[in-house]
Write a protein that binds this ligand. Sequence first.
Ligand SMILES: C=C(O[C@H]1C=CC=C(C(=O)O)[C@@H]1O)C(=O)O
Length: 453
Amino acid sequence: MHAGFEEVCAKAAAEARNAGRPVLALWREEIERVEPLLPPSPSRSTFFWAGSGLTLLGLDRAATFVAEGSNRFNDVRRAWERTVQDMLTAGPGDRDTPALVGAFSFGDGPGSLMWVPRVLVAQRPEGAATLCLAARADPVHGVEDDAARTAWRAAGWLAAGAVSPCPPLPVTGHVAEELPSPREWKELVARAVALIGEGRFSKVVLARRLRVRLPYPPDLGGLLHTLIGAQPGTTVFAAGTGTRTFAGATPERLVAVRGGRAETMSLAATLPRGGTGGADARLRDELIGDGKSRREQAIVTEALRGALEQVCHEVDVPGTPEVLDLPNVRHLCSRVSGRLADPETTGVLDLAGLLHPTPAVGGHPRPEALGWLREAEAFDRGWYAGPIGWVNARQEGDFAVALRSALLDGDSATLFAGCGIVAGSDPERELAETWLKFRPMLSALLNDQGDLR
Ligand SMILES: C=C(O[C@H]1C=CC=C(C(=O)O)[C@@H]1O)C(=O)O
């Protein structure tokens, strides 16, 4: 691996000098599977994704794309396109594997960050893994990091990642703080319902946080391993740039683009799972037959249809939603897809920019709902409810909506949960729903392997 990677790095350095601009060098090859593929601790700049049949682990950064404002998706898309045009790729591995990873902030403020990891491993449930090594060559200084060192470090990290995470330790003495308080948050829900009654908007998704102090900083690899086991049907993710890491297990896909098709998901309305077969079946019927839940989800479906129709032919929208079962909750879900009218110019980042924020996390109509949220919610969501995912060199990729998540910072974790508020929403029930949505991450952090229902 070293010789091939060093060769492409040397070529990139020469190209960068000639062209007077940076050039990215990428080396790809098949390697043996890494089981389990998890970030080594202590974690450095990390990206992790396990969902839709793909596991990705990215370490360190070879190139970084920072963006903010309402044009942030487009800005990253253009910068990535320019990088791909100049990029030198070598090695026998699959060239369509992900290369760019990261997360966009929910709002227009700073914080959106996509990057090309120095070391990226991609593996599907069957077959070999692909290892991708990347280096950025600068016109003046050449390749920033020694290529051979990166390759050696990759081997070391992979060996560390393959070690099974330590078994969960019992957690005692944690302290939790709800932000805002339950009373204040219920008042906000009541205010949102009143504004819906006045016709200001038809839906708004109001979030809150739970801050937990743990007796020691959680082990990221162990936490992700637990979430993968406990939350089937979700995408488990982590993105971090040092000591602070954002991680979660989300059931919601924002958009995937592959082979000229775009796939998105309308996910909304929540009920808990029942403790017995009979109770569970009754709750299922209640969800699918409940007019308020159906309206709440239909708002999302119609917004997705409208967005896809701008860039797709043949938009498929199922007539009735399905029920998506998760270990402790269930939602209404419609999988909406379409054939891209112009796959050459419309990539996954364009779609993410068009769709985000859907009414599953923002509201409807978007400007009115977001305008009120900015005043009422009074905290920066950061990456919570924003798009997180990956892109390849053909502008294909997959983005999830970063729900059921927490920002981990040393021994503190800030968990996020939001609820779609529509006409008829009851503040007490919405509050209880936020606890259902905190539960998966809370259980993983507190090593509570018990019944999640
Ligand atoms: C905003 C969240 O969930 C969304 C996705 C599914 C169901 C939702 C709901 O029932 O309100 C939310 O729209 C969250 O988990 O923080």
